[in-house]
Design a binder for this molecule. Structure first.
Ligand code: ADP
Length: 572
């Protein structure tokens, strides 16, 4: 700005100097000519007084000219004939009656004119007076004018112009600092508004107008920087929220350019956060996703799409939005991981299907036995007893199944048993030992028990269920004359319950599946043994609800062992 101002000033000054010089020269020139005219009139008048018509005119002209100096004298008769001339041969000169100065002199006694002489080809000033005898005395002088002298003064003029310009530049520089510096400071302050804005010192400014401006800029700057920082904070808050929600979020414009994308969407779609501004084709690899986005915009509608992304089911909702003033987004896409939801729906469906299937067997058996008993067919007492026993066994199996189903569905819905107490697991084991004693005796099993009281915070009924399922299984799946080893101890803040039994081991490939609902290792063999396939599933649920762990080891050599680890209660 300072440079522009300086060059502007210098240009204006140069032009002013030139115009001033030209006007002065013109005025000076006109003054010079007018003075020359007067001087020549005086000379002509003086000569007219001395002129004697009886003497030789040409000689007199030369004599007068010599006496006056460098002025040419011409003597013209009343009819315009040139009688004498101090510089030219008067006989060769044409009639002068038509000359402007002679015409004026014949009319008013004197006349002047300025023109280029045809005789000598220079600019000349002519002044003529009429003598009382009717002769015209004309004095002539060459005028170079101011412009004629100009060449000689050019160096001086250039020097003085340069000096004036330098002086002007220096003065302009000093003068401009007073208002250019404040303007530069104001500019810097406005540029820096977004970073808090540097406050100006209006008192330092030389001009009142600039001082006022600085005060106003300070007020505007502080308002603006507060406003900008608020907007930035809001933006950061929004980005923080968007980046930390589990859901993926994408904003696209009409041409499918990405306007906004959050972290979760980047993870789901395996794309960069810097994809903002790019076309979706460049950032996203999933063809179905892109196609759905295109369709939602084209049909201006809402679409749903399930994607399988790295083992997860991600539900994407494509919602078309009408363009609002100033906001060009056209498509809002939200993405959520619905794996758990979908799996639980699937599991529930399977659960009901399995439960009805499992209930069907005892009901069919009871129904068949009851129909036989009620029929008119002849039945022996032994057969009648067998049918009644089967009804009893199947009813018991149904009862067990229904109890287990109730228990497992209660646990799966998160509705765990109400009261949490500080309970001793060894007590639950002792109660279960009574329950299994008849079965163990029947199969001639040796039961080794090595337990110490260990307290945990849990629901008593849940723990009883857990222990009972493990102990009953250890007996049920044992061999005749086998062993059952039960141990309970506390170690590193954990209650460790281990139940081992002999008998056919669980194949390695099926060991993980035995905790699934209704899963039975060998359904043929298990059926003869009896069971619902829900026992270990209940054990797993109870353990998970108490933040514990259950593991299984099973082999021909060491038999089958279940180890349950549960955190001991804080009261211990
Ligand atoms: P079930 O009502 O059939 O006993 P569980 O869920 O308790 O159902 O057990 C699932 C399957 O795991 C059983 O069918 C059985 O084959 C196997 N199993 C469970 N416990 C043992 C064990 N202690 N020894 C050998 N196999 C076992």
């Amino acid at each position: 700005m300072k440079k522009t101002l300086m060059s502007g000033f210098v240009l204006i000054l140069s032009l002013a100097l030139l115009v001033f010089g030209a006007l002065t020269a013109l005025a000076f020139n006109s003054r010079l000519i007018s003075d020359t005219k007067q001087e020549l009139l005086s000379c002509a008048a003086l000569t007219a007084k001395e002129f004697d018509p009886k003497l030789d005119a040409d000689e007199q002209a030369s004599a007068f000219s010599a006496a006056i100096g460098d002025i040419r004298i011409t003597i013209v008769s009343s009819d315009g004939t040139v009688l004498g001339d101090s510089q030219a041969d008067h006989r060769t000169m044409e009639n002068h009656l038509d000359r402007s100065e002679i015409i004026q002199a014949s009319a008013s006694g004197q006349g002047t004119s300025v023109r280029n002489s045809e005789t000598i080809g220079k600019k000349l000033v002519y002044s003529a007076v009429e003598t009382p005898d009717g002769y015209f005395i004309r004095a002539t002088k060459e005028v170079a004018g101011v412009f004629g002298h100009l060449i000689s003064v050019v160096p001086a003029m250039v020097l003085s112009m340069l000096f004036s310009l330098l002086l002007a530049a220096y003065l302009i520089n000093r003068f401009s600092v007073g208002f250019i510096n404040p303007i530069i400071e104001m500019n810097d302050s406005l540029i820096g508004v977004k970073d808090g804005g540097k406050l100006l010192n209006p008192k330092d400014y030389r001009y009142g107008e600039l001082e006022d401006m600085a005060v106003k800029i300070n007020v505007i700057s502080s308002h603006l920087s507060k406003y900008i920082s608020n907007i930035q904070q809001e933006k950061e808050k929004l980005n923080y929220i968007l980046d930390n929600v589990g859901e993926g979020f994408l904003l696209l414009d009409e041409k499918l350019n990405i306007l906004l994308i959050n972290n979760s969407a980047c993870v789901y779609l395996n794309c960069r956060k810097s994809a903002v501004g790019e076309h979706i084709l460049l950032a996203v690899r999933d063809f179905n996703f892109i196609q759905c986005a295109e369709r939602a915009i084209k049909e201006k509608t809402r679409l749903l799409l399930d994607l399988e992304l790295s083992g997860k089911i991600v539900e994407s909702v494509f919602r078309y939005v009408e363009e609002e003033s100033g906001f060009s987004a056209s498509l809002i896409i939200t993405m959520s991981d619905v794996t758990e939801n979908r799996n639980s729906v699937k599991m529930r469906r399977e659960f009901f299907s399995n439960a009805s299937h499992e209930l069907k067997t005892p009901i069919t058996s009871i129904k068949g036995s009851a129909e036989l008993l009620c029929s008119d067919l002849p039945i022996s007492e032994k057969q009648r007893k067998e049918l009644l026993t089967r009804i009893g066994v199947e009813s018991e199996r149904m009862n067990m199944l229904i109890n287990d189903i109730i228990m497992i569905s209660r646990m799966e819905s998160g509705d765990l048993a109400g009261d949490i107490d500080n309970i001793d697991i060894s007590e639950a084991i002792n109660e279960s030992l009574i329950e299994i004693a008849p079965m163990a005796e029947q199969d001639n099993l040796t039961v080794n028990v090595e337990i110490k009281p260990v307290f945990i915070s849990a629901n008593k009924k849940d723990i009883r269920e857990l222990v009972s399922n493990l102990l009953v299984n250890a007996v049920k799946y044992n061999r005749q004359g086998g062993c059952v080893d039960i141990s309970l101890k506390e170690q590193n803040g954990e209650a460790i319950l281990k139940v081992r039994n002999d008998g056919e081991p669980i194949p390695l490939s099926q060991q993980r599946r035995v905790f699934e609902r209704f899963y039975r290792v060998d359904s043929g063999r298990s059926k003869t043994i009896g069971g619902t396939g829900l026992g270990l599933s209940i054990v797993k649920h109870v353990v998970d609800s108490l933040n514990g762990a259950v593991s299984l080891e099973s082999s021909i050599e060491s038999g089958t062992a279940f180890t349950v680890r549960l955190p001991v209660s804080a009261d211990n």
